[in-house]
Structure formats: C-alpha cells, structure tokens
Write a protein that binds this ligand. Sequence first.
Ligand SMILES: Nc1ncnc2c1ncn2[C@@H]1O[C@H](COP(=O)(O)OP(=O)(O)OP(=O)(O)O)[C@@H](O)[C@H]1O
Ligand SMILES: [Mg+2]
Length: 318
Amino acid sequence: MDAAVIAEGLRKRFGATQALDGFDLRVPYGTVCGLLGPNGAGKSTAVRILSSLLRPDGGRALVGGFDVVREPLRVRYRIGLTGQQPAVDEMLSGRANLEMFGRLYHLSKRQARVRADELLEQFGLTEAAGKPPKHYSGGMRRRLDLAVSFIMAPPVLFLDEPTTGMDPRHRMEVWNGVRQLVSQGTTALLTTHYLDEADQLADSVTVIDRGRAIAQGTPAQLKARLGGNQLDVAIGHQDDLPAAARILASIAGTEPEVRPEVLRLAVPAGDGVDALTATVPAFAAAGITIVDIGIRRPTLDEVFVGLTGQPAGQQAAA
Ligand SMILES: Nc1ncnc2c1ncn2[C@@H]1O[C@H](COP(=O)(O)OP(=O)(O)OP(=O)(O)O)[C@@H](O)[C@H]1O
Ligand SMILES: [Mg+2]
C-alpha cells in the first residue's frame, strides 16, 4: 500500500445536493496534501468520510490501509482530526482541555502536563491558558483546537481549514506545527481556501469542485498547466516604452502586454530565466532604465480560475 489516504469514486448525497460525485484522492505516506476548493465543493464531506464520521453512499476509502466503513475503529485509532467546528470543552480552561485530551491519548498525568505546556507555548496561548475557550477570540479558539490534534503525532492528520480566521503570524505557527509533525512521519490532508497555504505546505494539491477532483499535482505542476512564467519589467521613462516593447517582442517572439500608466511590460518567459538575462543587457545597450525586473509565476488563484472559471472561495453555481 503506497498511500496513507485513498479515496476511490466516493459519492455522498444530502437530499437534492450531490456533495461528492465520484471523488478520487491519493495521499502518499509522509506527505502533505492540500484539498483546495470553493465553498460547498465537498471538502468537509470528504474529510468526514475519510475520518469515518460519515458513511459514503458509494465508492471506497482507505486510511492507513483500513477501510473507513468496514474498520472505522482501526481508522480512528490512527488519525487526528481538526474539524471545521471546534471540539474543545467550553467550560474547562485551555490548559485543562489539553491535559484532558492528553490523558485520553493515554499520556501519564505528568506527560500530559508537559505536552500541554509545550503546545500552549507553541500556539501562543500560555497567557490565556487559565481561561476557558468561551472567553477566547476566534483565532485563539482555533489555535487551541489545533493544539489538541497536535498532542500526539498521529499517523494521519486531517485538518479542515486549519487557519481560517487566524492572523498571519499564527498561520505561520500552524504551518510550522504541521511541518514538525510531518517530519516525524505524519501524513496530513488539509482543506483550505488559501492558495498560499497549499503552496507553502502541500507536496501535492487536489482541486475539488462540485464533488469531484478536477485537477491533481504538485503546486508547481498546477501552475505550469496555466502557461508558465511571465517576465515583468518596469522602466524609468515613459518615452522609452515603444523601444522597450520592441526589444521584448524580439526576445520573447510575441508582443508584450504593456501597462503605460505604471510603465510596466510583461511577456511569456517560458520556464527559464533566459528572457531575463537577455533583457538586461539589451535594455542597457538602448539606454533604457530598468526600475524593476523579475520572473513571476502564476498564483494558485490564477490556476483556479483557469480550471473552474471562477476564483477559489466563490460560491459554485448550482
Ligand atoms: N449534513 C448536511 N446536510 C445537508 N447538506 C449538506 C450537509 N453537509 C454538507 N451539505 C451540502 O453538501 C455540499 C458540500 O458541503 P461541504 O461542507 O462538504 O463543502 P466544503 O467544500 O467543505 O465547503 P466550505 O468551503 O464552505 O467549508 C454543500 O452544498 C452543503 O450544503
Ligand atoms: Mg468545509
């Protein structure tokens, strides 16, 4: 068995809504898979089926080699889950929550206390440790939720929108926490609307739309599908725009896109930096001042628009 998570043709219907419509996924052991899709695409439904909380209508799913329908207890024993909805106790303090879950994972009292302190520190909750989550901000609750699923390094970790509502610094801490678990051998599946999150963290990305995987690959492969890199140049003087456009056209073999209001020109740059290294001396020889020059890769947002015709996070048309 080469993959920690396998879904084949998963189907799930809620009334008139076909939430999953033949969903396929493979996540190799020890890797991070980003499941990317707009609202209602079926991400949480897939995660709930894979973590054995919801029965599929059809298809098959294996986690750690075990069938989620036939062997749910074996599956549950091997996974950690941070769902989209919080799971912590509202009345217990943050520290007491972590210690309680540590004890549920069979840590000794002392081990549970030590691990709780480590996680409170890692997730910036040390000061709030004595307060119950009902007095936490949204981002703090989310961090406590994540800390709970990080108590043990589970073989397979499911994170449903782990960093929604978090500020940038805490998002980075969560990413570091995930990387740390993965370096210890955990396989992670995370759902996200944040394209940079998939880009930062995921070895592979599966794009889901209307209950089906519509694209799969590394972040770099998905970007490459959309036509590769652009060379972006900003010049110093308006008068030089026509000459700059002529030079770029001869280097790239195609007319550049010119934005005169910001003195910027862009051409397709293939997959290398040849266009960039040719442009600098050619502009210098023509006396054109370069203010800024760079190779720009398409963002995953642009990939998403290319694949689905709409930006990630936009409501899918019914
Ligand atoms: N328990 C349920 N009862 C009825 N419909 C449901 C239920 N759970 C999900 N759905 C519907 O199934 C579809 C997929 O929902 P799901 O929660 O899997 O989407 P998602 O990709 O996680 O979206 P989001 O990005 O908003 O979290 C949606 O149309 C949703 O309304
Ligand atoms: Mg969801």
